[in-house]
Ligand binder design. Structure first.
Ligand SMILES: Cc1cc2nc3c(=O)[nH]c(=O)nc-3n(C[C@H](O)[C@H](O)[C@H](O)COP(=O)(O)OP(=O)(O)OC[C@H]3O[C@@H](n4cnc5c(N)ncnc54)[C@H](O)[C@@H]3O)c2cc1C
Length: 740
């Protein structure tokens, strides 16, 4: 009896009295972990990436105990009066000026459109009013880009680039007073055209490995930098007047201090500048915008060209990482939302007008499935855009949320545009002014590749940064270990252990009760998904802890596993965004089929990711353990299963009016609505609306013959036949036009 008590007392002392625990447990654990390299080594560039910005709701999922109130009460952004006016007037006018097809044909942005963009400060949306810019909120920027992108993918790029990561953003946050005073007003009105040169032939995704170099030297008593660079894929480089250049800076003569390697630095080089070459262009899938290489050989610049002057030496990577979130969180989701909303409107209408085998193709179940997916992706892209902008509007810059937004908005678009192409058939393949989809089709791969290509974003950034930034104990534990800080390590290590144990318990209980134990008293129709968020988070957090604990530093290289973890945390986040949108829009009956379909798909993908983790866990003991215990249980009791056919039917009822009425208009609110009667979106939508009117007559004709119709009815049927033929026509060109 005494010996059991003694053991218990010893254990309690050991675990719960920190000084004793540190001495007898944490100290040897720390030693072993260091010796066995059980935690990932973090380079300086990785550390700066991890530390950049802040964490937002992703913390909820990594904690395993998400607070639904936090997830579902994020404020939905609103416009200021000036922002509303700008959208209704300047953006509307810009869209009216754009002839997208002509731009593709001439492969150029017309001078009047470019002048208008500059004059009306479209390039200075991020620049505060006091510096001469528009000073728009992230929400307003997003709406402007969305509206332009819904009309012209190309013009959206011209507007997005100067408002994303580049000279404007860098000067705003890190520039010296002189740089701010001189450049910001000029950038705001387009007197300076910025570009940013980071990528090189051997440094694409691994941008930190850049070979471009700068060397400090003295000239006439002043410190200068001699620069050499060879960059490629640089948007607007050829027409830029202010080039942001990232390079590795060295100080071999130790002019600035003891360090020779000062690290990545960003400079602002006016263009043209002696020795800077931007003669040639790339041709990015035929999309007509300026993109090309730039080279600089032994360029001499004064220290005042460095972003932030002397203080900015060696801080370039930190600057880039801190600013990356805005572009990825605002520009891409907005561009994808605009393009996908246009495509959805067009395709839904077209499928009702286009007849084959005597009926509109929208009546075929084979077509209904991709149509439902299109609606779901559009709903999801809008939900994730608004959710991310809500964080940015509150001043929260999360790298993980930016990565999720960039990755999923572009991936959804890639899948959606293929569905669109399938439904439109030859009408999508034949390019010309009538084809509303081709620029979206050509443009989507571009968005997938830039600012962190998607595979890298999924495998390294979403989960990797999240695990360090949003996990309550991981980063403090590694930091304590690297700094040999026993106190910090001890606190984080035992916090980690307790976190894993409590989430294991929660995960089992939630799994057995399908989340009811987490939320017993909520009976709204969306409560099922509240429960799934709680259940999924507890299981995700537990497996994250297991993977980090068991695989240690090697987890970083197990991208098959980290990619699936990224899918799970993304889907939990996206499900929250969908629920937030559904509730913020007033929980309308007509919105539920699209919201539900999207949520079901997200949890089905979550289930697939869990099963793939259980089935492939790369560890000799835990692998088989999970395979033989968790995998069968997960198959019996999945958190999600594939979307049912009747859900597709529900979406058809909504989009073709039986249930929704204005659902498609609400889903695509904020896109450019062309007034021109010969615009093909207008024509197709007009025909689709007319079809709703004549459908009973067409049925009557089929049943009882043409002669059974009244004269007026016959006229309507004839009008319908003419209209539908006109609408399904594709563009034709003479030989001369084709070659011009
Ligand atoms: C049209 C266009 C405009 C651009 N504009 C600019 C600009 O203005 N300024 C600028 O500096 N750059 C610009 N870029 C460059 C862009 O950011 C890079 O293309 C991008 O970073 C990817 O680099 P890469 O093309 O060399 O691909 P690579 O780095 O060669 O990658 C190839 C593939 O490998 C994957 N991959 C790489 N590493 C990993 C990993 N560790 N794990 C998993 N997968 C991995 C990538 O995801 C990708 O799928 C532009 C590019 C394009 C195409």
């Amino acid at each position: 009896m005494c010996s059991i008590t003694c053991v218990l007392v010893a254990l309690i002392l050991l675990v719960f009295i920190p000084p004793i625990r540190r001495l007898l447990l944490s100290s040897p654990i720390l030693w072993v972990m260091k010796k066995m390299h059980l935690v990932p080594s973090i380079s300086e560039t990785e550390k700066q990436a991890i530390e950049a910005g802040s964490a937002w709701v992703e913390k909820e999922f990594f904690s395993g105990k998400p607070n639904l109130k936090t997830l579902l009460s994020q404020p939905m952004p609103v416009f200021t009066h000036d922002e509303r006016l700008f959208l209704d007037q300047q953006v509307e006018k810009l869209c009216l000026m754009i002839d997208d097809w002509k731009m593709w044909r001439t492969r150029d942005l017309p001078a009047d459109v470019w002048d208008y963009i500059r004059k009306e400060k479209f390039l200075g949306m991020i620049i505060p009013k006091e510096n001469g810019g528009l000073g728009f909120s992230p929400y307003a920027q997003s709406e402007v880009i969305k509206k332009i992108a819904s009309h012209s993918f190309v013009v959206a790029i011209y507007v997005m680039v100067p408002n994303s990561l580049g000279p404007g953003e860098l000067i705003l946050h890190y520039g010296t007073d002189e740089q701010k005073k001189y450049y910001l007003p000029r950038l705001a009105i387009g007197d300076e055209i910025p570009c940013f040169a980071l990528t090189e032939t051997t440094a694409g995704s691994d941008a930190g490995n850049m070979q471009s170099s700068g060397v400090l030297f003295r000239k006439n008593g002043e410190v200068h930098i001699r620069l050499n660079w060879d960059k490629r894929y640089i948007t607007l480089a050829k027409i830029s007047t202010l080039m942001g250049v990232a390079f590795h800076l060295r100080d071999p003569d130790k002019i600035m201090g003891d360090r020779i390697d000062l690290g990545i630095t960003c400079a602002l080089v006016p263009h043209p500048y002696p020795g800077v070459v931007t003669e040639t262009r790339h041709d990015p899938l035929g999309i007509p915008f300026y993109n090309g290489p730039t080279r600089g050989h032994d360029i001499e610049i004064p220290l005042s060209f460095v972003v932030g002057g002397e203080d900015g030496l060696g801080k370039g990577w930190m600057m880039l990482m801190e600013c990356l979130a805005a572009g990825r969180g605002i520009a891409f989701p907005a561009q994808m939302a605009g393009s996908s909303q246009l495509a959805a409107r067009y395709t839904v209408a077209y499928a009702q007008v286009r007849e084959q085998f005597g009926v509109p193709i929208a009546k075929f179940e084979g077509i209904q499935k991709p149509l439902a997916r299109i609606v779901s992706y559009t709903y999801l892209n809008e939900a994730l855009r608004m959710y991310a902008v809500s964080a940015l509007n509150q001043g929260i810059q999360s790298a993980v949320i930016a990565s999720i937004s960039k990755y999923h908005s572009t991936e959804n678009s890639r899948k959606m545009v293929n569905d669109t192409m399938d439904i439109l058939g030859g009408a999508a393949i034949s390019i010309g002014p009538r084809n509303k989809i081709s620029s979206y089709y050509f443009g989507t791969p571009l968005s997938i590749t830039v600012e962190g290509a998607n595979i890298l974003t999924r495998c390294l950034m979403i989960f990797g940064q999240g695990a360090f930034r949003a996990h309550p104990y991981a980063f403090p534990m590694i930091d304590g270990l690297q700094k040999n800080d026993l106190k910090k390590f001890d606190k984080a290590f035992f916090g980690f252990v307790w976190h894993a144990i409590s989430n294991s318990f929660r995960s089992v209980v939630f799994s057995v009760t399908r989340g009811w134990a987490a939320l017993p008293f909520s009976f709204k129709k969306q409560s099922t998904y509240y429960r799934k968020i709680k259940w999924g988070s507890a299981t995700f957090a537990m497996y994250t802890d297991v993977a980090m604990g068991v695989l240690g530093g090697s987890l970083k290289f197990k991208e098959s596993i980290t990619g699936r973890f990224a899918d799970i945390v993304s889907n939990l986040y996206l499900a929250s965004a969908v629920l937030r949108k559904y509730e913020a829009d007033g929980e309308k009956k007509a919105d539920w089929p699209a919201a539900k379909y999207t949520l079901d798909q997200l949890f089905f993908e979550t289930e697939t990711a869990f099963q793939e983790i259980y089935g492939n866990f790369p560890h000799p003991i835990f692998g088989p353990l999970l395979r033989y215990t968790m995998l069968p249980w997960s198959r019996i009791n999945p958190i999600g299963s594939s979307v049912r056919d009747h859900e597709v039917e529900q979406i058809m009822k909504v989009i073709y009016g039986e249930m929704g009425g204005d659902f498609m208009e609400r889903l695509t609110k904020g896109i450019f609505e062309p007034k021109d009667p010969i615009d093909h979106l207008n024509q197709v939508e007009k025909a689709a609306a007319f079809y709703q009117k004549v459908e009973p007559l067409l049925k009557k004709r089929k049943r009882e013959g043409f002669e059974s119709l009244t004269t007026e009815e016959k006229a309507q049927v004839v009008e319908w036949n003419v209209m539908k033929l006109e609408v399904v026509r594709v563009d034709e060109f003479t030989e001369e036009e084709y070659h011009s």
